[in-house]
Design a protein around this ligand. Structure first.
Ligand code: GLN
Length: 548
């Protein structure tokens, strides 16, 4: 069959769940037996979000091949349970960089380079690469931003052209909008939706489907009205009311018949009946009253929860798996340094220190790690969270506050975390870290090996600094166990404390590979220790069944 393309555009406002909707539709199609991939087109000029502040952009999601991507890729991978690659996040920066380097090489000698056709051709080439590199039969493409933004115009124009290139029967446009609620008259308003559909039409794109997001249920009359004014079939108006259970979205879209409409529109027939039993159990489990356990996430971007999207999801997956409710405390590391939030740190059943860059707030995280070590509180460190666990331990061994990572103190007397030799000469900041999937050998008899139940695992990385091997012996003598190593034994991938219920940290980012129905082993092991600390009974069998 020819590759089918589903394009998602957004109208009215951003942040109404376009990414989640696209991801959920992907799941609906996968459940019907199709190979699905998703691509995000981001209109900003950065080559990738790797150099952006999490305050600007939220989390940077890392793929197997080391691509640093938009956090929506995390939704795609988690909802559809797929692994994506570099071409699945294309930015304006990448498109222009490619075209300009070709121009310098002389590929267009004699020509004038223009947005149409040169930029739009490059966009189309990248869209085409998704099916080629992933083997997907249906490619879902989400255009970032909102229709009407200057930046997204070349993308929309390219997709409009693509519709003609590959045939209307192989493409469809879905427009996701927002219906504001007017309290004074208690009604939802469709006018902004009408305007934004008019805007897409003005650039030659007629949406085949409208996903109308709102905080309140929509009546039939309103659905009729949107169908009429936006010139779509009534069945193609999908009223998507906000839900507080993220993973319920595929079930809601299923009920609304979204997949049937999409398949019919693309001339496809379902190859199998979807089986939602796992998802239904999952959602039921989310809603069930469960015993609570608390975890403190000590980070410096905690005001913006999106900055730790995958970490929060991975904790949630593990908690659901164990049949407990995660009570997540967002604790600001900078304030911890100022002596604040200590009652909270002392009250939580587990402490997680996530990844991060730069010196701000690190002393607060080190203090939190110290508290966990001294009081037998379960601790999970992710990347920077591992490096700081190591620093804290050095300060304890040497009785010397100077021990540090050279990221924060170049001249420290004890550089226990240091730049990798390969990193010493690198000056460019973008895309130059140790990125993507690397193998890690587990040391038998350790907590890490027990958690995984395997000898070798592959995990995603994003860092410049590493454990400094000059210190291995003295750490081991003092009770630190290096339980995960690179195949040549040179790089420390996982460290854990011997004389502690659970103080374990990884140089990689396990959170990126956690799935709602397949929680990550390290998160499960951590949450189990948290339950034990809290004396909360947890499910030992693992599989979530309808009986709970
Ligand atoms: N800043 C640290 C490094 O570059 C940790 C990075 C991270 O936590 N992702 O190695």
């Amino acid at each position: 069959m020819p590759t089918k393309y589903i394009f998602f555009t957004g109208g009215v406002v951003s942040s109404v769940g376009k990414g989640v909707t696209a991801a959920a539709l992907g799941r609906l199609l996968k459940e019907r037996g199709f190979a699905v991939a998703v691509q995000k087109l981001d209109p900003y000029i950065n080559v990738d979000p790797g150099t952006m502040s999490p305050y600007q952009h939220g989390e940077v999601f890392v793929l197997d091949d080391g691509a640093e991507t938009d956090l929506d890729l995390g939704h795609y991978e988690r909802f559809i349970d797929i692994r994506l690659n570099r071409v699945c996040n294309t930015t304006t920066g990448q498109v222009y960089a490619e075209v300009i380097s070709k121009e310098r090489r002389g590929d267009y000698l004699g020509g004038t380079i223009q947005v149409i056709p040169h930029i739009t051709n490059e966009i189309k080439r990248r869209v085409g690469l998704v099916a080629k590199t992933t083997g997907a039969e249906i490619v879902i493409i989400e255009v970032g931003g909102t229709v009407g933004d200057i930046e997204s115009l070349p993308f929309l124009e390219a997709l409009r052209q693509l519709r003609n290139d590959v045939g209307r029967e192989n493409t469809m446009f879905i427009h996701v909008t927002w219906l504001p609620y007017i309290g004074a008259t208690s009604e939802l308003k469709t006018k902004p939706t009408q305007h934004s559909v008019a805007e897409v039409r003005s650039i030659g794109i007629a949406p085949d489907m409208i996903v109308a997001r709102s905080d309140y249920p929509m009546d039939e009359g309103l659905r009729d009205k949107i169908a009429l004014f936006c010139d779509v079939d009534k069945k193609a108006v999908v009223p998507m009311v906000t839900t507080n259970v993220l993973y319920e979205v595929p079930l809601l879209l299923e009920k609304l018949g979204m997949a049937e409409f999409v398949l019919r529109r693309l001339g496809l027939e379902a190859r199998q009946k979807p089986d939602w039993s796992e998802w239904q159990n999952l959602v039921q489990e989310v809603r069930r009253q469960k015993p609570k356990v608390s975890v403190g996430l000590v980070g410096k971007y905690v005001e913006l929860h999106d900055a730790y999207m995958s970490v929060r999801e991975a904790l949630t997956h593990a908690a659901l798996h164990l049949g407990v409710e995660l009570d997540l405390h967002w604790i600001h590391s900078v304030e911890v340094e100022k002596g604040k939030h200590w009652d909270e740190i002392q009250s939580v059943d587990g402490i997680l220190v996530p990844g991060g860059f730069g010196a701000r707030g690190i002393e607060g995280k080190i203090q939190a790690a110290k508290h966990a070590r001294e009081n037998n509180v379960p601790y999970l460190g992710l990347c920077l969270g591992m490096q700081l666990m190591v620093v804290e331990f050095a300060r304890h061994i040497y009785m010397n506050e100077e021990a540090n990572s050279t990221e924060f103190d170049r001249n420290t007397t004890h550089p226990v975390i240091d730049l990798m030799p390969e990193q010493q000469s690198i000056t460019d900041m973008g895309g130059t870290m140790r990125l993507g999937l690397y193998p890690c050998h587990l040391v038998p008899g350790t907590k890490a090996a027990a958690a995984y139940g395997e000898n070798v695992v592959q995990e995603r990385h994003r860092h410049r600094f590493e454990f400094n091997n000059a210190y291995r012996e003295i750490y081991e003598e003092n009770g630190m166990v290096f339980s995960g190593l690179s195949p040549d034994g040179r790089l420390v991938e996982i460290a854990e404390l011997r004389d502690h219920p659970f103080m374990l940290a990884s140089q990689f980012h396990p959170e990126f590979l956690s799935r709602p129905n397949r929680p990550h082993p390290l998160f499960v092991a951590f949450m189990r220790a948290v339950c034990e600390r809290a004396s909360v009974p947890y499910r030992k069998s693992g599989k979530i069944s309808s009986e709970g």
